[in-house]
Design a protein around this ligand. Structure first.
Ligand code: PMP
Length: 350
């Protein structure tokens, strides 16, 4: 078929499985094991369906206001999208428009190369070192932009904000995106640098620490000029992206800072407890600051464990890819869920 020559072909991203059966232990997509803040449920009950007749607020005003208050920024420094995937994809489209390659780590969020391919952006991956850490020297050559998750996914490795600042400062001629999807679980945000560097875009999400993956809320913070370009691209693409419930319920989630803190504390404590138990069973892993652990076993191949766990209705993430093909990424669930995981692993690795 001749028309196929003109098709924009792309190898799509493969999302983690969302099993529809009940009674599974789902540790494969880094969701939060606890419900959103109680105010979210109350607000949902009060939402009038009559509002659905109308198009949503294109500025996502209620949500923007809550985020601006929480992060102490102005609305000109904030961009809101339908999940951080939407924000990141829009940022790739807007800021990575050079003939020089965009840089990102070789082991990282596997959507980056998909967007680069979709938008025909040249890119070069930079190999993590043997401890799965980024080498900052790799990010000092001429480039068309940089994207680094901090903590990195799927490794969980967090790099100091000073290292990020060196990279941002050395690349004033290109936009540096720091993807902070997991920063709330023990990392430190680069948000404090947005006034200092007009080439820095910090991206965060409600999908992990704010327990709202199903509402699809993500946002970016940066200087007003950068955010302005992002808004121009977004409003040239689709103006009514975020729906009314997401705007209203997202705002409620942000307002409850206490619940947010408590939820994170629970997850971090379960993570640290799980690290000890996995170590006892012969697993090793980089010291994760995310809501997941990227673990490899001293004897048993990751694929074998992945399949055996699935048989038991325990879902973790496994990629049959170079360098990471012997690792499992295990999201942090509740203490009870992690205990069941550990009990099952005991039987598999003895
Ligand atoms: N960045 C990273 C590093 C992620 O792991 C994810 C989750 N898959 C995302 C961004 C996107 O998350 P969401 O679109 O749910 O905000």
């Amino acid at each position: 078929m001749k028309w196929e020559e003109n098709v924009r072909k792309v190898e799509p991203y493969v999302p983690g499985e969302q099993p529809q059966k009940v009674n599974v232990i789902k540790l494969n997509t880094n969701e939060c094991p606890y419900p959103p803040a109680p105010g979210v449920r109350d607000k949902l009950q009060r939402l009038s369906t009559d509002r659905f007749r109308l198009y949503p607020d294109t500025s996502a005003g209620a949500l923007a206001q809550a985020l601006c208050e929480y992060y102490k920024i102005s609305t000109e420094q904030l961009f809101i999208g339908v999940g951080s995937d939407d924000v990141l994809s829009m940022a790739f489209l807007t800021f990575f428009n050079s003939n020089k390659p965009v840089f990102f780590p070789d082991i990282t969020y596997s959507f980056y190369d998909v967007w680069a391919q979709l938008y025909r952006i040249p890119y070069e991956t930079k190999a993590l070192d043997d401890d799965l850490r980024i080498k900052k020297e790799d990010y000092l050559a001429a480039n068309g932009g940089i994207v680094i998750p901090n903590p990195n996914a799927p490794t969980g490795v967090f790099e100091d904000v000073d290292i990020m600042e060196e990279i941002i400062a050395a690349n004033r001629d290109s936009v540096v995106i720091i993807d902070e999807a997991y920063v709330d679980f023990g990392g430190e945000s680069c948000l404090k640098l947005i006034d200092k560097y007009d080439n820095l875009l910090v991206v965060q999400t409600f999908s992990k620490s704010r327990a709202m993956a199903g509402m699809r809320i993500g946002f970016a913070m940066g200087n007003p000029k950068l955010i302005g370009y992002l808004q121009d691209a977004k409003f040239s693409f689709n103006s009514y992206t975020m729906n009314t419930p997401s705007i209203e319920l997202g705002a409620e989630a942000v307002k409850d800072a206490e619940y947010f803190k408590e939820t994170i504390e629970k997850i971090v404590s379960t993570r640290e407890r799980t690290k000890l138990k996995l170590k006892e069973l012969g697993f090793s892993f980089p010291d994760s600051k995310g809501n997941f652990i990227f673990a490899t076993h001293e004897r048993i191949p990751a694929k074998e464990i992945f399949e055996a766990l699935k048989e038991k209705n325990i879902f973790v993430r496994f990629w049959d890819k170079p360098r990471i093909g012997n690792y499992l990424r295990i999201s942090i669930g509740t203490d009870e869920e992690m205990d069941i995981l550990v009990e099952n692993l005991k039987g598999m690795v003895k």
